[in-house]
Design a protein around this ligand. Structure first.
Ligand code: CS2
Ligand code: MG
Length: 403
């Protein structure tokens, strides 16, 4: 079997997505998600100019060799653009291998470790009351775990909070980055009140998560972690930027609040010290941004040695292809923690038909051969790409901060 052609499909059903399709001489094809939010066309150029020409004629069954060919062979290792491109190839090749085997992907990985995959949903509100209503809506739908984000008095626009209930908070249409203003003191004084209110209304059993989106310094994160210990969070996410992995050592000394990090990681090496020192509890790197299934299973295995569990990033800016492959991975991986779930819009699901199902706060993996997600190219062509940027964040004096 040989790779006969490969091409990228850029489409914006609700927001931009990049998909790589690899077609073999036997007619079997596989698809991979190559979406890097806000930098989509960089990955397209990388794939089309540097990767696809080198794939033609290769044996698609040699996933491991092709992975190393693209990783070592480029000489320039790692980085989000490279690792997203490699991930897309890897995901498409696993899709092909599983289709050829006539098996759902999770079977090739080692079979089911669980019957269903627990997810967390997003509850956001302009204030605590509005956020609690959203938590209630999730609980009614059967969610066991909910991430809570509420507006903070004195901060006009805050990460993760939609302007109106039910609306998405992720910008998908700003051609250039919007500018937000951030105040750490106001946030830190307010955040514990949100968790107190959630516990008061929903009791102890609900799994409660929160995302800080990299906005604190280590000592500020330590203060927050310590103050919210009575509310038993499932995790505190991205409390500081993680380029300096040692920062987490400092936070860890001060608090027992479980820590999650990694949605912007693109390789095992971004997490090596975090894992080996047991400074974190959950690793959030995703298949699409961290080298695909081949690399993520290595990362998950390393994490497992140190009691670190997976908590894959699952925002709407990753396509259903990534989510579908992730559900197979989650169904297999022994040290599974939780899967993030932000429901895609109907138009997105129309372009990406899939066989995974959401039921009662969990995903159920599909049984069709491959990763179970396809792309309808005719539908995709109806939604052309439009440049879209993530916002930036500034302190009140104008200093550029972490968004
Ligand atoms: C977020 C993301 O899902 C999350 O936890 O932090 O929504 C993130 O902001 C986006 O994926 C950025 O592309
Ligand atoms: Mg996050």
């Amino acid at each position: 079997m040989k790779i006969e052609r490969a091409y990228t499909i850029v489409t914006a059903p609700g927001r931009n997505f990049v998909t790589l399709k690899i077609v073999t001489d036997e007619g079997v094809y596989g698809i991979g998600d190559a979406t890097l939010n806000g930098r989509e066309q960089a990955v397209v150029a990388y794939l089309e100019e540097h990767v696809i020409p080198a794939l033609i004629g290769r044996d698609p069954q040699r996933i491991e060799d092709i992975w190393h060919y693209l990783y070592r062979g480029a000489y320039w290792r790692r980085g989000p653009v490279t690792m997203t491109a490699i991930a897309a190839v890897d995901m498409a090749l696993w899709d092909i291998k599983a289709k050829v085997a006539g098996m759902p992907l999770y079977q090739l990985l080692g079979g089911k470790s669980r019957e269903r995959v627990m997810v967390y949903g997003h509850a956001t509100g302009k204030d605590i009351e509005a956020c609690l209503d959203e938590v209630a809506r999730h609980v009614e739908q059967g969610y066991r775990a909910v991430r809570v984000q509420a507006g903070v008095p004195g901060i006009a626009s805050i990460y993760g909070v939609a302007k109106r209930p039910g609306e998405r908070y992720e910008p998908a249409d700003a051609e250039l980055p919007a500018e937000h203003v951030w105040n750490t003191a106001k946030y830190l004084n307010h955040a514990p009140k949100l968790f107190a209110a959630v516990r008061e209304r929903f009791g102890d059993d609900l799994y409660v998560l929160h995302d800080v989106h990299h906005r604190l310094t280590p000592i500020e994160a330590a203060r927050l972690g310590k103050e919210v210990e009575p509310y038993n969070l499932f995790w505190l996410e991205d409390c500081v930027p993680a380029e300096n992995q040692e920062s987490f050592g400092l936070i860890r000394q001060h608090t027992t609040t479980p820590l999650a990090v990694g949605e912007v990681f693109n390789s095992l090496f971004d997490a090596k010290a975090l894992i080996e020192n047991q400074w974190i509890d959950y690793i959030r790197a995703t298949l699409t941004h961290a080298g695909g299934i081949t690399h993520m299973r290595r990362l998950a295995d390393l994490a497992g040695l140190y009691h670190v569990r997976t908590g894959f990033h699952g925002p709407t800016d990753l396509s259903p292809v990534c989510l579908g492959a992730a559900i197979h991975f989650d169904t297999w991986v022994p040290n599974f923690g939780i899967q993030e779930y932000m429901p895609h819009e109907d138009v997105t699901n129309e372009v990406f038909p899939h066989d995974y199902r959401f039921e009662d706060g969990h995903f159920l993996v599909g049984e069709s051969p491959g990763h179970g997600v396809d792309i309808d190219e005719t539908a995709a062509a109806r939604y052309p790409y439009r440049r879209a940027s993530l916002p930036v964040n500034r302190l009140e004096d104008g200093t550029l901060w972490h968004w």
